[in-house]
Ligand binder design. Structure first.
Ligand code: URA
Length: 431
């Protein structure tokens, strides 16, 4: 067991008492973390002190820079490189749609993505549902493909390893929501990814880490300030995450839905959020002004070029021809029916995420193996009318015991009652 160290105890005391910690001490903290020199109980105490006391902009910048430098850092070539990051959602297949779509309009994206975090999904888990795809690209392979194809997505194995250690402890100590810790976690990975411009999709609502819109705005503002302080351009789009995006939650299901969206047959909400994010990517990268960006996006979607780009990317990474017809499917299905009629007055993204993850779509603990085929199909969304006996959602599953536990969450996900006042999907754009 690692022994408590005195300098680190002093650092915890400073933070506990609401004093700023020097840049050098944040650097030393990240180095000691990487060397395995700090016991979990001391790191956890620091995280809780940050949760209550916060961090200054300078402290956040110092911690972020140290975390970004804790692993591999990409150096990208010239070109209109841009990156996007979601703060985490449910049914959030926006990367699968917006990245190839923006690339079809001239952007270059070398994207490092993660696996599921907490209750939220991860792009790497989703893409892994595609047969034969290779997500373990080296930095050179990622760059070469982004230059040649326009986009590439790989797993962020060796990037900002300090974040992995800190995140696991945040998850276990109820400190995930601490704003400076979120900023340093997200931005350290983006800075190490090397792009000069970022679009943050900051989710707000029941299925997001930021439950309150004000908190999401604060998070978006802090991400932009910290990105700009590091010499990057940044935009934050605040998007609603009260109910899941689209009509599916689960890895292969969401890939199929992204394909449909790029083929012009997808759900409106996924299309709208993806279009706004892709337009901001083109704008912040200096490829087109806002109106021209929307025009180009519409044209590439209509001509099938946006879908062709996703196909080209997947094939370049090892997927076979017509891979979207070969996605895994669960063996069994179970319906969840409405007990009474009315309108869907609420659809709780968090409960849907728990239902899907219990079936095996996500992880309860880091070591869990994800089942790419399972998940949830939503037949009704907030504001839609229902009659008693209508199927609200279908659970696609492979394991009866998992289904039994999943149903406990699925049954409480829907509220049926009065017609709700809809909240806009795009809650704001911060620059
Ligand atoms: N996504 C991240 O990468 N880190 C966080 O802390 C929250 C969402």
């Amino acid at each position: 067991m690692v022994a408590a160290s005195l300098w680190f105890t002093d650092l915890i005391v400073r933070k506990r008492d609401g004093k700023a910690v020097a840049d050098d001490d944040w650097r030393r903290f990240v180095e000691a973390l990487g060397a395995g020199e700090l016991p979990d109980y001391q790191i956890s105490a620091l995280l809780m002190a940050v949760y209550f006391r916060g961090m200054t902009v300078e402290e956040t910048a110092a911690l972020t820079a140290a975390m970004a430098a804790s692993g591999e850092q990409l150096v990208l070539d010239e070109g209109p490189y841009v990156d996007k990051h979601s703060t985490g959602g449910v049914g959030d297949a926006v990367t699968l749609v917006a990245v190839p779509w923006a690339a079809a309009c001239g952007a270059r994206i070398a994207k490092l993505s993660g696996r599921s975090l907490g209750h939220t999904g991860g792009t790497v888990d989703k893409l892994e549902a595609i047969p034969g795809i290779n997500l373990s690209l080296t930095a050179e392979e990622l760059k070469e493909q982004a230059n040649r194809v326009g986009c590439a997505v790989a797993e962020a194995h060796a990037v900002a390893p300090a974040d992995e250690i800190i995140y696991a402890l945040r998850d276990a100590t109820a400190t995930v929501e601490a704003l400076p810790l979120m900023v340093s976690s997200i931005l350290s990975k983006k800075l190490a990814g090397g792009a000069p411009a970022f679009v943050f999709d900051v989710k707000a609502g029941r299925g997001a880490f930021a439950k309150e819109e004000n908190y999401a705005r604060e998070l978006g503002g802090s991400l932009i300030a910290a990105a700009k302080a590091s010499g990057r351009k940044a935009v934050a789009v605040i998007t609603s995450m009260d109910q899941p995006l689209g009509r599916t939650v689960g890895n292969a299901l969401e890939v199929a839905e992204a394909v449909e969206t790029l083929q012009g047959r997808g759900p409106d909400d996924l299309l709208e959020v993806s279009a706004v994010i892709a337009a901001e990517m083109l704008t912040v990268a200096g490829i087109a002004g806002p109106e021209e960006a929307r025009r180009r996006l519409e044209a590439t979607l209509e001509k099938g070029e946006a879908f062709a780009k996703l196909d080209e990317m997947a094939r370049a990474q090892g997927a076979p021809a017509e891979w979207w017809t070969r996605l895994p499917e669960a063996a069994k299905t179970a319906p969840v029916k409405a007990e009474r009629g009315g309108y869907v007055s609420g659809l709780d993204a968090f409960a849907v995420a728990r239902a899907a993850n219990t079936l095996g779509a996500g992880r309860q603990v880091k070591e869990d193996v994800v089942d790419p085929a399972v998940g949830v199909v939503l037949h009704k969304k907030a504001g839609e009318p229902v009659s008693a006996g209508d199927v609200l959602m279908t659970l696609r599953y492979n394991d009866d015991e998992r289904l039994r536990r999943s149903l406990e969450f699925a049954r409480v996900a829907f509220d049926v009652g009065e017609k709700p006042t809809p909240r806009p999907l795009i809650l704001g754009v911060l620059r």
